[in-house]
Structures are given as structure tokens and as C-alpha cells.
Write a protein that binds this ligand. Structure first.
Ligand SMILES: [Zn+2]
Length: 136
């Protein structure tokens, strides 16, 4: 017996939820490298060609309407990169969850429209959580 499209979509959601629970620390933003010149007129950063200081790593992001840029210490670089990867993963998983939720709703609507099709029992969704899903 093959899985119905509805149970396939439901299982995909469960897989997404399980992976979300394993995500570690995260933060939004993008890293950039920066090279600086200093105030010393005889420094190599004023030479020809100039050898600027750096690279310095900068993290920039906008969250809740507020833009921030901060320096990231070289020692923190790999941890910050992992947090950024976790953030991107979170966004991707949320998108996939929403896709699957829309697909599931479409499949259920089709199943109601064509009730002669074979149906498999599916997990119950309470009226309350449906209302919550509509609001978001
Ligand atoms: Zn300099």
C-alpha cells in the first residue's frame, strides 16, 4: 500500500519539525571583510601600493526595523558562521513547512470535493489550531 499524498505531506512536516528541534544557536546577518587605514602617516597602509590593515570581519543585519553592524573577533568567526548557517537553515525549514501546509490544505480540499477517492485516516487537526493557522 503506497502512502497517500496527504500522509506524505504530513510526514514531511514532521521531518521539518524534528530538524527544527535540533537547530543550535542562530543569528541573522551577513559577514563582510574590511580593510582599514590608520592615522599614522608613515604606516604601510599609506604606502604605494598601500597595504591596508585587516581583514576585519563585520556582521551586518536588519532585524525588527533596526540595522546593526558589529565587528566580529577572529576567534569568534567560526562560531558566528555556524550561527548564520543555522539561521539560514531555520528560514529554509520554515518556508518548507509553509509549503507543505499549503499543499496539505489543497489536498484535503480536493479530497472533500471528490469524496469517491480512496481516503486514508489522517491526523486530527483541532478547530482551534486551524483558526491559529489562518491568522498567521
Ligand atoms: Zn596603518
Amino acid at each position: 500500500m503506497s502512502a497517500s499524498p496527504t500522509s506524505t505531506a504530513q510526514r514531511r512536516i514532521e521531518t521539518i519539525q524534528a530538524e527544527l528541534a535540533t537547530l543550535g544557536r542562530l543569528r541573522p546577518g551577513s559577514l563582510s571583510q574590511q580593510y582599514n587605514v590608520c592615522g599614522n602617516p608613515t604606516c604601510r597602509c599609506k604606502g604605494d601600493p598601500p597595504q591596508k590593515h585587516g581583514p576585519y570581519y563585520q556582521l551586518s543585519y536588519t532585524w525588527r526595523g533596526r540595522s546593526r553592524t558589529e565587528f566580529v573577533r577572529r576567534d569568534d568567526l567560526s562560531a558566528v558562521k555556524e550561527q548564520l548557517r543555522n539561521y539560514e537553515r531555520l528560514r529554509k525549514l520554515v518556508e518548507e513547512w509553509i509549503d507543505a501546509g499549503i499543499e496539505l490544505a489543497d489536498l484535503e480540499r480536493q479530497a472533500r470535493r471528490y469524496p469517491q477517492r480512496k481516503r486514508t485516516p489522517k491526523s486530527r487537526v483541532s478547530t482551534k489550531s486551524r483558526a491559529a493557522a489562518r491568522q498567521s
